[in-house]
Design a protein around this ligand. Structure first.
Ligand code: WT7
Length: 660
């Protein structure tokens, strides 16, 4: 994008608010344009400057970007650094380390805080413990933990010794956990006795034991257990080790392992078009640079800010904007164990008031749920709380519709905060398209413009740019430092999925549709272009849910589509062919409930269908492909526009919900 490509029609836009703009890290659109122009003039020089400013290097890099093995790009390759040194030690060395790093609020409201010095000591203890139990550089460690300071300690301790962490969301089932451990050949698992959410315990260790008992996990030597609730759990000696005991035996000093810039920092699994999740692999330096840089740009982070990202550490947002970004910047952040609606739907607003949060980052799905709850119980409305400390309020993970954006702006931001709708993905490592609070005029429902140095575009299937005002594929035409490096153990899948030959083999295909505004050039995301659903901001592959359904002994065939849902954004509708006679009436309701429970145990409760419809068969084309567009229309109760004359059994459409 060229800097003078931006013609702003100020009348359609809001802000930026003078108070925010005046003191902002990037103040005014001219400052933004200058950064964009700087990156355009000297792409590598721009990133080299950022990498030197944001990170401390043990050994400086001499090369910036290597494109010779595209799309397997490398950044700052001959430089050396350590992630946990950059997140912790350097802050302690430059001050006394007494600044609060994390304020943890438990599910029941109890608060504990740790300073940078204390966090560093704990990370060193656990890093030493990992080493003592034989974990070393390049080993994979799976983290299956509740939201806790200990989860951050586990991740940071891995980076300190060069082990590669892979966090598995605590809501995933034993089977999902098992698949990830097996794919990685992990040597250790870090988990907790239980996790507390909304007043209810969830037996993480029990699920972990079940996962390890499912086979293909012989690589796992040790299971470190964080004692969260003190519940009775199964114990497998000498494999199982209490985290606190292992740490107590160790020193608070641990020399960081200096690692090449491209050393893998972590692998995080995400859903794709096939049933098998992709292990998205990130490299240390480029990712860390981006985590720190976007804290400055998108959140306008300042010395006295209190930052709160409500995401779970099991997702990329919890990696970049909890475990890394805020710590890299030496910020104070809130870490929350619970859920937004417990003990009531005022929880978020009460916590913002209590901890004087100034930068807040959450998901549209949470905002939608809290809007609804505030209608039902006005005491939970954000207007009842003192939110005057807020300056920047952000969203990520799914489209935010203009009405929800407006409510967030008015009632949470009190008409004076910048709302940053940030577009990014597990693969991008950090935010790529987002407003800058002190510069970008806001438009409800638009993630606005690419961050400086990001070459985003909207193209057609052949890679040709489409005119503004027309929909197309969202791509990034030049490599950026925080991009994924590969798919774990599957480089071919990496190449085919993200750098398809049709687009020339060197353009990153995001998997989202997008459109640019004819006047402002602003980007709006129109949704996924592949078989991936976004349910409450969680990314789920339709294939994965279909595979789970057909694994049930009663199911012959299944197809899954998404349909719009006011609360969850998209909801899952499953069409199922039963092996014996088609379930009807009460039996159909019973089997639907059973299948939902089944999917929850195969993948996790987040993948449960909202609705299951049974048919004698599924509508297919002559060549035997399931007619998904037709199923989507049926799920949405829309009229059928497809040619159904070739269907062998047209009556099946009625079974599957054709409106009469
Ligand atoms: C998918 C990535 C944002 C990181 C957490 C989710 C959708 C993300 C937006 C946005 C519209 C968005 C896209 C994307 N998405 N942000 N601001 N507006 N859609 O990471 O699980 O990898 O999911 O979330 O469809 O591809 P993820």
């Amino acid at each position: 994008m060229s800097a003078n490509d931006l013609r702003h029609q100020e009348s359609d836009t809001l802000g930026p608010h003078a108070g925010i703009a005046a003191a902002a890290n990037v103040s005014g659109m001219d400052a933004y344009r200058a950064l964009v122009a700087e990156a355009e003039r000297d792409y590598e020089g721009f990133w080299a400057g950022r990498a030197r400013a944001m990170l401390d290097w043990h050994k400086p890099f001499s090369k910036v970007l290597d494109e010779s093995n595209a799309p397997f790009y490398t950044w700052f390759e001959d430089g050396e650094l350590n992630a946990s040194y950059n997140c912790l030690d350097r802050h302690v060395e430059r001050s006394d380390g007494s600044r609060t790093a994390i304020i943890f609020e438990a599910d029941d409201g109890a608060v504990t805080a740790v300073s940078y010095a204390e966090l560093l000591a704990r990370v060193c203890r656990f890093a030493n413990a990992l080493k003592a139990y034989g974990v070393g550089k390049g080993d994979r460690v799976v983290v299956y933990m509740p939201m806790s300071i200990e989860a951050v300690v586990a991740m940071q301790a891995c980076t300190r010794i060069g082990a590669i962490h892979s966090v598995v969301f605590g809501g995933f089932s034993a089977k999902s956990l098992n698949e990830r451990i097996a794919d990685l050949g992990a040597v250790a698992l870090v988990t907790a006795d239980e996790q507390m959410r909304g007043g209810r315990p969830l037996p993480l260790k029990g699920i972990a034991d079940e996962a390890l008992g499912m086979g293909h996990c012989d690589s796992v030597q040790h299971v470190f257990v964080y004692r969260r609730t003190g519940a009775r759990i199964g114990w497998n000696s000498p494999r199982d080790v209490w985290m606190h005991e292992a740490m107590a035996a160790q020193s608070t000093q641990c020399e960081p392992q200096w690692l090449g810039a491209e050393h893998p920092l972590f692998v995080l699994y995400t859903s794709g078009s096939t049933g098998k999740p992709k292990g998205v692999q990130h490299a240390a330096a480029g990712y860390l640079l981006w985590a720190a840089q976007t804290m400055h740009w998108t959140f306008d982070l300042k010395q006295n800010d209190v930052f709160w990202c409500t995401a779970d550490i099991g997702w990329i947002t919890g990696h970049t904007y909890i475990a890394y970004g805020p710590l890299l910047c030496g910020a104070t952040q809130i870490l929350f164990e619970g859920v937004p609606v417990y003990p009531d739907a005022g929880r978020f607003w009460r916590m913002i008031e209590r901890h004087r949060v100034s930068l807040f980052y959450t998901a549209p799905t949470a905002i939608r749920a809290l809007i609804k709850a505030s209608h039902e119980n006005p005491d939970t409305h954000p207007g009842r709380f003192d939110l005057s400390t807020l300056r920047v309020i952000g969203t990520a993970g799914e489209p935010i519709n203009p009405q929800v954006w407006q409510w967030y702006y008015e009632h949470v931001g009190n008409d004076r905060c910048a709302v940053v709708d940030t577009w990014w993905q597990t693969e991008t490592g950090g935010q790529l398209i987002a407003p800058l609070p002190g510069a970008t005029p806001l438009v409800p429902g638009a993630c606005t413009l690419p961050l400086p140095g990001i070459c985003a575009a909207v193209v057609d299937e052949t890679g040709q740019a489409v005119p503004h005002g027309h929909g197309g594929l969202l791509v990034v035409t030049r490599p950026w430092p925080a991009m994924l490096r590969t798919v774990w153990a599957d480089p071919e899948r990496f190449r085919k999925t993200y750098f398809p030959a049709e687009l020339g083999g060197a353009t990153y295909l995001a998997g989202d549709g997008a459109m640019r505004d004819a006047h402002t050039g602003y980007f709006t995301i129109t949704g996924r272009i592949d078989d991936v659903l976004n349910v409450s901001g969680h990314r789920l592959g339709t294939m994965a849910i279909e595979s789970a359904l057909v694994a049930h002994p009663g199911v012959a065939e299944a197809a899954v589509v998404g349909c719009p849902d006011a609360l969850t954004g998209e909801a899952i509708v499953a069409f199922v062919v039963w092996k014996s006679a088609r379930p009807e009436g009460v039996f159909a309701a019973q089997m639907a409930a059973e299948l939902c429970a089944w999917v929850a145990s195969e993948i996790g409760p987040i993948a449960k269908p909202k609705e299951i419809r049974f048919g004698d068969n599924l509508p297919k084309t002559r060549s035997g492909k399931i007619m998904r567009r037709l199923l989507r229309a049926l799920a949405n109760g829309e009229p059928i526009t497809q040619d159904v004359s070739t269907l062998e059994n047209a009556a099946v459409l009625e079974q599957l919900g054709l409106p009469r």
